[in-house]
Design a protein around this ligand. Structure first.
Ligand SMILES: [Zn+2]
Length: 521
């Protein structure tokens, strides 16, 4: 940040204190970062003329994202200065340079990934372990006796897995109990009860049922690892970032890319036991289908917006059909006694209706117009005062000092054509600066004629958006409502809608970009 400040003048910029964005420790390829989103919104709103960034990778970590964003920024007439390259990324030369740099970084990373993968794949093909500890096995070094290293010891050419018998017994116990119908939770509880050391030597945490079941499709979890029937697989999936959430998710590679090596000496589980487990998994999967379609948190319109009126914790989606207090649900009655649940669809319908009817009334819109107008006036005044007035005052002070010097020179007898001209010049400038300062301290009223229409049409847009783009609609709702508090009453749950006016204002800024007319560098 300091670096950008220092370089601002080099690019002919003044830093606006209200528009400083930081995304600490968040990777550049995560497009949906909060600060970055606000930055784009502000650029769309023409809140400033230029963005100064330390390096392009602070904003984008891949080419597609960068080009898409630069196109938009160019359209909004916002320039992007990179301190790193000293160029404007939105002009032709700067963009070319950015492309070359970005391409180099990406190619480098891809290259490194590929090399690592190929190296390990080769190890597996030769029957060596590709690394990583697997429950049931030890890894031992394999040496080539014919080659001696600098310390006089045989050269290690790879590592090999060897069965650990007591762990192998536990693996067979897990497979056996699961095949006979016990749940993974019950198996984990029993293992902990019997003080069986868990994988990865974390004795305090014990066995977890997830370590046992894992994910069938990704081949994770003890029940899905084919090494237990003597098949060593490698290169089944790669990790990719989901551009929507920024989370890294595993993607299965095509089967042709898999490296499978039969190593029967590593088999721990008899084939019929393995088949029994697979049969039960297939059955379970069939049952679960249809039940767990939209279980993931964050898929619902009001996720993160609802609060428990008793303890203040989030209301979360519970069993896909209900909202319930998360403290009550996850930690129990002793933490929060609010056991009231609300049917999800009903709550969503009612809240949306309330938003439409109570918040988008003519009074609310009139109030909003007034607030936006006032905010605009203030913004314009502020920008003139802060940017221009200070500048004028500085220039005036300088001119007055200059005048003093010239007058002193005249007093000392240094009268001549030049000093007289200088005096006239400086007096002229002083008059002009004084007039300008006069003008800036009383700016006329600025009226935006179609403000009301603009606001109304954007609120209608929001209505349409609610049906389509869940993520964006939820962000707008958050601005609009702040949070919604759910109070349990004897009759049921009452939602307190607070109609956050500050939020409306923010929303308005984001939607229309009206605040941009005043803010400028
Ligand atoms: Zn609660």
């Amino acid at each position: 940040m300091e670096l950008c400040r220092q370089h601002a003048s080099r690019f002919g910029c003044t830093v606006l204190e209200d528009y400083i964005y930081a995304d600490q420790e968040i990777s550049g390829s995560e497009e949906r970062r909060g600060g970055y989103q606000r930055l784009l919104e502000a650029a769309r709103a023409r809140s400033f003329d230029a963005i100064i960034v330390e390096a392009q990778d602070r904003l984008w970590r891949n080419q597609a994202e960068m080009h898409a964003a630069l196109q938009k920024l160019q359209f909004w007439r916002t320039r992007v200065f990179s301190v790193g390259t000293g160029t404007d990324l939105t002009d032709k030369a700067g963009r070319l340079l950015a492309t070359v740099i970005g391409w180099k970084d990406e190619a480098y990373l891809e290259d490194l990934r590929e090399k690592t993968r190929r190296g390990l794949g080769g190890q597996v093909r030769r029957g060596f372990s590709a690394g990583g500890r697997t429950y049931g096995y030890h890894t031992v070094p394999v040496v080539d006796e014919s080659r001696i290293d600098a310390h006089g010891r045989p050269v290690v050419i790879g590592y090999q897995k060897v069965i650990v018998e007591e762990e192998a017994q536990i693996v067979r116990r897990i497979f056996g109990e699961f095949a006979s119908g016990r749940s993974a939770k019950a198996i984990a509880h029993d293992l902990n009860h019997d003080h069986v050391p868990p994988p990865r030597s974390r004795p305090t945490q014990g066995w977890t049922w997830t370590a046992i079941v894992g994910n069938r499709h990704l081949g994770t979890g003890i029940l899905n690892n084919p090494i237990y029937i003597g098949q060593v697989r490698w290169n089944r999936f790669r990790w990719e970032k989901n551009p929507e959430t920024g989370k890294r998710v595993p993607r299965l590679r095509p089967r042709d890319d898999w490296v499978v090596k039969e190593q029967p000496e590593l088999r721990i589980v008899p084939q019929e036991l393995w088949d029994g487990v697979k049969a039960r998994q297939a059955e379970d999967a069939k049952k679960a289908e249809g039940q767990s379609r939209r279980r993931r948190h964050g898929k619902y319109l009001f996720s993160d917006l609802l609060r428990c009126g008793v303890c203040g914790a989030n209301y979360i989606v519970y069993n896909t059909a209900y909202y319930a207090c998360s403290a009550h649900t996850n930690r129990g009655n002793s933490i929060c006694a609010n056991g009231k649940v609300v049917r999800r669809t009903r709550l969503e319908e009612r809240l949306l209706a309330a938003i439409q009817e109570d918040l988008f009334t003519p009074e609310a819109i009139a109030y909003l117009c007034e607030r936006v107008q006032r905010a605009l006036d203030q913004l314009i005044r502020q920008s003139i005062e802060s940017a221009d007035k200070k500048g004028f005052e500085r220039q005036l002070a300088r001119a007055l000092k200059e005048q003093e010097h010239i007058q002193e020179a005249i007093r000392q007898g240094l009268i001549g054509e030049i000093t007289r001209e200088m005096l006239e010049d400086v007096e002229g400038r002083i008059r002009e600066l004084r007039a300008r300062l006069e003008a800036t301290s009383s700016p006329g009223e600025i009226v935006i004629s179609n403000l009301r229409e603009a606001i109304e049409s954007k609120l209608k847009d929001l209505g349409r958006l609610l049906g389509r783009d869940l993520e964006r609609a939820r962000a707008l709702l958050r601005d609009l409502l702040g949070t919604v508090v759910l109070q349990p009453t004897p009759e049921g749950v009452v939602a307190e809608l607070r109609g956050n006016v500050e939020g409306l204002l923010q929303l308005e800024k984001a939607l229309t970009g009206l605040n941009g007319s005043g803010g400028r560098i």
